[in-house]
Design a binder for this molecule. Structure first.
Ligand code: HEC
Ligand code: HEC
Ligand code: HEC
Ligand code: HEC
Length: 428
């Protein structure tokens, strides 16, 4: 009986081997290509996040949360479109003569980038195409076709080519999902600092994908090309020194109608401030706090809900800070309140300086050289103030630098007032 069954087994053995071979062949030729297809199915010109979401549902579902609108846990920032001048009315005076005095609201989630660009009262028929640079993945095709010529083309002419707000393709190569930077201005500026973004280590890329948009820039006169002013460094004073050299003929963003000072407008220098901050020195990237790892059904993924990290302290902070969550929140709020107080004070002193310089300019026997010195002091004061009025964390990303710089700003504004009074021969 035993021998018989052994013989029977030997008889079916070839069939078993054949079946196993068949299964292996099916896996190699049918299942494996299907797996490979999973990586290549998204085309290089696919900008619709919903299409990417079919393959990466966890990331896509968390991306959709960016549409939620709520106040932030600290009361600063937040995802609701509120005019910044409600809390800081001095902005209306400090940005007088500039479009930012007409409309300057809190930023909100990435899916709103195109709606908010179109709705902004700062946008006019003359607005250059450069404004689309940080709002849409469609920039990739426009840049491929037109090069930097897109920057001076009116935005209104390019709008028909823009189909999606910020989405997956801004930060990912669909072939393999590696992080990539799409903004040519960032790649150029980092190149000038000796950094090849294409070869950057993964942890650096986890900040660079954000830094390509969350940075200070100016538009080159005539071409409207986007330039990051980083040749002398990323600190507020270093960037001011860069602008002092009138780079590519760029002298100012606008002239203030009262003080006649030649002003600079700072734009969201989150990357610059965070780069020199405490947490960066400890090796943290933007994504560590703003896109922490989450677990769902045993699967680990990066949260794509890019918002205040204090909405998920456990995932963002507790990996290092083991204190009670409420204590962490209180600590952040205290730091932000201190920064806000200095920001508000400096902003108010600057507003007063514009007024005093305006009056001094109208005085009959004004000393022109001294008045020009006062204007230079005021321009410097406002730059240092605006750096922190424009960055988005109310100083959290680098509290020491915020406090130190805002004190300097207030001091320079006081000096501007004293110099203008001297120029006009009045007391203020
Ligand atoms: C603002 C930039 C940005 C955008 C937009 C973005 N991602 Fe990511 N994504 C990241 C970062 C940063 C990581 C973390 C990468 C790492 O640690 O190497 C990541 C990781 C991933 C990963 C790897 C697995 C994981 O979860 O860590 C997938 C898959 C992914 N993203 C899918 C998407 C999809 C789908 C979209 C669009 C719905 C999208 N991403 C939009 C920045 C972005
Ligand atoms: C393609 C440009 C671009 C990239 C890339 C980008 N951002 Fe943004 N980000 C914006 C713009 C524009 C807004 C404002 C959108 C609005 O208000 O309509 C914004 C808004 C935000 C907000 C405010 C959200 C809220 O709910 O208030 C946070 C936080 C943020 N970004 C962080 C990041 C981080 C972190 C990264 C990298 C992982 C990143 N961003 C990458 C352009 C970008
Ligand atoms: C150590 C953690 C940490 C790192 C690293 C970090 N951030 Fe933040 N970020 C915060 C906190 C905390 C806030 C304040 C949130 C609040 O007030 O609710 C914030 C606020 C912001 C906001 C404003 C959010 C809003 O509600 O409008 C933006 C935009 C932002 N960060 C971008 C960045 C970028 C870009 C980087 C990298 C260059 C970065 N952050 C690095 C913790 C971090
Ligand atoms: C990878 C580790 C790490 C993560 C994640 C991290 N921190 Fe920190 N943090 C540090 C280190 C290290 C210090 C400096 C040593 C200290 O004060 O404990 C620090 C310091 C601080 C300080 C004190 C700085 C001061 O001058 O008062 C605050 C507040 C803070 N972190 C808040 C946060 C918040 C909020 C988050 C999450 C959004 C966060 N941290 C995420 C490592 C981290």
């Amino acid at each position: 009986m035993k021998v018989k069954s052994k013989n029977a087994f030997l008889k079916v053995l070839p069939s078993i081997v054949l079946i196993i071979l068949f299964i292996i062949l099916i896996r190699v030729f049918l299942v494996a290509p299907a797996g490979a297809e999973k990586l290549t199915v998204i085309s290089d010109t696919e900008y619709d996040p919903a299409v990417w979401g079919k393959i990466y549902p966890l990331e896509y579902n968390s991306y959709l949360k960016n549409k939620e609108m709520a106040v932030s846990p600290t009361g600063f920032g937040g995802s609701i479109k509120l005019q910044k001048s409600i809390r800081q009315p001095e902005m209306l005076m400090n940005f007088k003569g500039n479009a930012f005095s007409k409309d300057y609201s809190e930023d909100r989630g990435h899916p709103y980038s195109m709606d908010d660009l179109k709705e902004s009262k700062r946008v006019t028929p003359k607005t250059p195409g450069s404004c689309m640079t940080c709002k849409t993945p469609n920039l990739r095709d426009v840049y491929k076709d037109m090069g930097w010529n897109y920057a001076k083309t009116p935005l209104a002419e390019l709008l028909s080519r823009i189909k999606h707000p910020i989405s997956c393709a801004n930060c990912h190569d669909p072939q393999g999902m590696q992080l990539r930077v799409s903004n040519p201005a960032f790649i150029e500026a980092m190149g000038k600092r000796g950094i090849d973004v294409a070869k950057a280590p993964r942890q650096d890329m986890r900040s660079y994908v954000c830094g390509q948009c969350h940075s200070e820039y100016y538009l080159e006169p005539k071409t409207s090309r986007v330039i990051f002013p980083w040749d002398k460094g990323l600190k507020p004073q270093e960037i001011y020194a860069y602008y002092k050299d009138v780079p590519s003929g760029f002298e100012m963003d606008w002239q203030h109608p009262d003080s006649q000072a030649k002003m600079l407008k700072a734009q969201h220098p989150d990357f610059e401030l965070a780069s020199n901050g405490f947490h960066s020195k400890f090796g943290l990237a933007c994504a560590n706090c703003h896109m922490p790892f989450m677990l769902e059904g045993g699967v680990k993924y990066s949260s794509h809900w890019v918002t205040s990290p204090l909405k998920h302290i456990q995932a963002s902070c507790s990996t290092c800070h083991q204190q009670d969550e409420q204590l962490i929140l209180e600590r952040v709020k205290t730091k932000q309140n201190n920064v806000f107080q200095l920001l508000h004070t400096a902003g108010q002193t600057i507003a007063r300086a514009h007024e005093v310089l305006g009056k001094a300019g109208a005085a009959p026997k004004v000393n022109k050289a001294d008045l020009d010195k006062a204007r230079e002091l005021l321009r410097n004061a406002q730059w240092l103030w605006d750096f922190f009025a424009a960055e988005n964390s109310m100083g959290f990303h680098n509290t020491d630098e915020a406090q130190n710089t805002l004190k300097q700003s207030n001091d320079l504004a006081q000096q501007a007032i004293a110099m203008a009074s001297k120029a006009a021969g009045t007391q203020n």
